[in-house]
Design a protein around this ligand. Structure first.
Ligand code: BJW
Ligand code: ZN
Length: 238
């Protein structure tokens, strides 16, 4: 299976990972569109837009608080750890849509959070922003200025943090291999990153038990979970 791309793998200097909810599934964190995914139970437009937040901030906060508790109690799995280990041997960059911080907790240093972080909280009125791991006594939590606080995540219709996005494009354009793990590639603009890589001659490898909209464009598709496939794939890269 690896033969088709073995020489590219051996010669690769810079490896960029594009990750999504599936990479944290084996840490006990639900995906969005998978079998037990959030969007099978909840309407994204009721929980992940700024309009829904202003309409019912308590409801949105209750969902984020339950996810914060789950995420803070979770541990990085063998997939996160394998990516972190690879950085001992190659230039490794992680472009993640996840807000769970598990890549960083596994030891990865070059992590770009495209959709923000569930730990970071920001004010909807002033410039206040901080990392908060404690749970809030009252929902929605309020800022000292009186404004409502919100999770510093990117909801539908909101722009990605521009500096992070431009860095992500540049890393995608300059990698030898892009490994796309645990994402349905259903959400833009993150799903354009493999296109930037491919246009610049990178080898694309997908790790996902299911096909995605871009499976046809991959040089290699591994239909396995990331905690199984990544340690094996990465042993070839070390
Ligand atoms: C495994 C596995 C295992 C399972 N191992 N694999 C029409 C109306 C409004 C907007 C749009 C529209 N059409 C298009 C848009 C744009 C929109 C969009 O793309 N929508 C589509 C859904 C149609 N995008 C946006 O709105 C973005 N912003 C934007 O475009 O701004 C433009 C702008 C510019 C300038 C000014 C203003 C605006 C923002 C997107 C924000 C996404 N936010 C969310 C929630 C917030 C974060 C959070 O709370 O967590 O981010 S939605 C959700 O989807 C979350 C994820 O990061 C994101 C991607 O999902 P991901 O990670 O791919 O997960 P899944 O569940 O989809 O897939 C998991 C995969 O893993 C599956 O394939 C499984 O098979 C696999 N898997 N187990 C390996 N063990
Ligand atoms: Zn404030």
């Amino acid at each position: 299976m690896f033969e088709a791309v073995s020489s590219q793998i051996k010669d690769a200097k810079k490896i960029v990972f594009v990750t999504g909810a599936g990479i944290s599934q084996e840490s006990g964190i639900p995906t969005f569109r998978g079998k037990d995914g959030y969007w099978r139970k909840y309407d994204p437009m009721q929980l992940a837009t700024i309009d829904s937040f202003y309409q019912n901030p308590k409801l949105v906060w209750e969902w984020y608080e339950s996810r914060r508790k789950n995420i803070l109690a979770a541990h990085p799995n063998n997939g996160h750890v394998a990516i972190s280990d690879l950085a001992k041997y190659r230039d490794v960059v992680v472009l993640t849509q996840n807000i769970d911080g598990l890549h960083q907790r596994a030891g990865s240093k070059q992590v770009f959070e495209l959709h923000g972080s569930i730990i970071r909280i920001k004010c909807t009125v002033c410039d206040y922003k901080d990392d908060i791991t404690d749970s809030f006594a009252e929902l929605p939590p309020k800022c000292k200025c009186g404004g409502i606080l919100r999770p510093d995540v990117v909801w539908f219709g909101e722009a990605l943090p521009q500096d992070v996005w431009y860095d992500a494009i540049n890393h995608a354009k300059s990698c030898d291999i892009m490994i796309i793990a645990g994402t349905s590639l259903a959400v833009s603009p993150a799903n354009t990153l493999p296109i930037f890589a491919k246009q610049n001659g990178a080898t694309l490898i997908e790790i996902n038990p299911e096909r995605t909209t871009m499976s046809e464009d991959m040089d290699l598709s591994l239909r396995e979970t990331s905690a199984n496939a990544l340690p094996h794939l990465i042993s070839l890269l070390e």
